[in-house]
Design a protein around this ligand. Structure first.
Ligand code: NMX
Ligand code: MLT
Length: 434
């Protein structure tokens, strides 16, 4: 057993009694009431999920294992000369709750290196898909095609006990995670760079190797690490995390669960919003003939979009009620590396005008920007102008958090998810007090 696995087992064994005690001794304690509006309205605010990997405060934003984004970026070990931390060290933090030493981060890096070879049939599957397939459909198919590799399925069929489910799930999770950068870069280079594939470099870290395989120079490695960390987790209720958890709760293996997670992320109200932001900005740029609009001109574009019944992509959130700290972290990166970029200027003008307009429009509960408002502009700056691809980057990051969650779901023996539904008739009867 590796040191990391030993440590994880220790953590799991000390955590289990807390869960057992809560169910046994406090199982009937109420944590909220559910209204008809919540039942019809996408369960907003209903507290019915549990995760210890991250927590989202509406005002403060995300904390990963108790650490804010600036704390994560400051405390985690970084590759020599790098601006942003190892993704490997961040995985260690999400799994164990502890900030790793450089050696502990390297232990995960070694695990990834052992597991990163992508089976040839995955590339065959990708090559067999229609050339105009969306990169998210390609990514999801590639992940699903590896289902037959699942260690969990083998162990389950051999009769493994429930308390040990986390162990082969851990193996599957690291096996899958280690391969995602290469699969992502392959999709990009195949689809948008004439199939000119760049082989991985075994000496590079997760983010560095991804940048290398994308064929993009420094500081894109720093950006990749930042991007994967920022997108990793946003507690459990968002569509991608919830889908991953839900599918895995049926004891489907992580290949099924993460493929499904990617499918949920591909919706324009969720992860695809980063593509929609760039699409929207390009449209405005086209109408402006390349000139940067002043605030009054930009306000008109925003109102035109709202008046045509569309949402302003990259703005609003189901939980947040303030500017997303992931937006701020990426804005800081832009201010440092691309302060004069014309698209960044667009994004900045939007930040100046959209919140007031959404407030005046009066519908969105949160008029502030979310993570997607800021992420595409950086990719564009480093040459990734094919915005269809942006959500694959989100997906690589999100897999980190969801896989860590699934390992812990199994460790704590969370059951199959199965909430109860009612009919409209029933709600009407409840409402009229009958
Ligand atoms: N532009 C215009 N209208 C909006 C916006 C927006 N950015 N955000 C919310 N609204 C509308 C929303 O469509 C709804 O209208 P209606 O009553 O006609 O259905 C109303 O305001 C109330 O919605 P909220 O309760 O504020 O938001 P909800 O929790 O339902 O949805 C989002 C959250 C994120 C789906 C929503 O804000 C949105 O559609 N934003 C634009 C798309 C986007 O940026 N998504 C990415 C989210 C982050 N991520 O990566 O997943
Ligand atoms: C996410 O990162 O999943 C999005 O911000 C959506 C959410 O949290 O609801």
């Amino acid at each position: 057993m590796t040191k990391l696995k030993e440590k994880l087992l220790e953590k799991i064994e000390s955590w289990r009694p807390r869960t057992t005690k809560l169910i046994k001794e406090q199982g009937d304690t109420k944590i909220g009431d559910i209204t008809i509006a919540q039942t019809i309205g996408g369960m907003r605010g209903v507290k019915c999920l549990i995760t210890d990997i991250s927590y989202l405060d509406p005002i403060e934003g995300i904390r990963f294992r108790g650490y804010t984004i600036p704390e994560v970026l400051e405390k985690l070990p970084k590759p020599p000369g790098a601006e942003t931390p190892y993704v490997e060290g961040f995985v260690y933090l999400l799994l164990t709750g502890d900030i790793p030493t450089e050696n502990e981060a390297n232990e995960i890096a070694d695990e990834f290196k052992k597991r990163k070879e992508v089976p040839k049939y995955v590339f065959d599957v990708l090559n067999a898909l229609p050339a105009d397939s969306h990169p998210m459909a390609m990514f999801s198919s590639a992940i699903l095609s590896m289902q037959k590799e699942s260690e969990f399925v083998k162990s389950y069929h051999s009769g493994i006990g429930k308390m040990d489910y986390w162990n082969p799930t851990y193996e599957d999770s690291l096996n899958l995670l280690a391969k995602l950068p290469e699969i992502g870069a392959y999709i990009y280079r195949k689809k948008y760079r004439n199939n000119d594939i760049i082989p991985p470099d075994p000496n590079l870290d997760f983010g560095g190797n991804f940048a290398h395989m994308m064929g993009i120079d420094k500081p894109y490695d720093d950006l990749s690490r930042l991007y994967f960390i920022l997108h990793s987790d946003h507690e459990s209720g968002n569509v991608s995390a919830h889908t991953g958890h839900l599918v895995a709760s049926a004891l489907s293996d992580v290949y099924y669960a993460i493929s499904a997670m990617i499918n949920g992320l591909a919706g324009p109200l969720h992860g695809l919003a980063n593509e929609m932001v760039l699409r929207w900005i390009q449209e405005v740029m086209g109408k402006m003939g390349g000139k940067t609009p002043n605030k009054e001109e930009m306000k008109k574009f925003v109102w035109d979009t709202l008046n045509s019944g569309q949402v302003i992509p990259g703005y609003g959130h189901a939980v947040l009620r303030k500017t997303d700290p992931r937006y701020e972290a990426q804005r800081d990166f832009c201010l440092k590396h691309l302060p004069d970029d014309p698209i960044f200027e667009y994004v900045s003008i939007l930040y100046d005008v959209v919140p007031d307009i959404l407030a005046e429009h009066g519908k969105a509960k949160n008029p502030w920007p979310n993570v997607d408002a800021q992420s595409g502009v950086i990719q564009w700056y480093y040459g990734i102008k094919e915005y269809d691809f942006y959500t694959v980057l989100f997906g690589i990051g999100r897999a980190i958090g969801v896989l860590c969650n699934i390992i812990w779901d199994r460790a704590l023996g969370y059951p199959i998810e199965r909430p109860k539904s009612l009919t409209t008739d029933m709600l009407e009867k409840i409402a009229s007090g009958k």
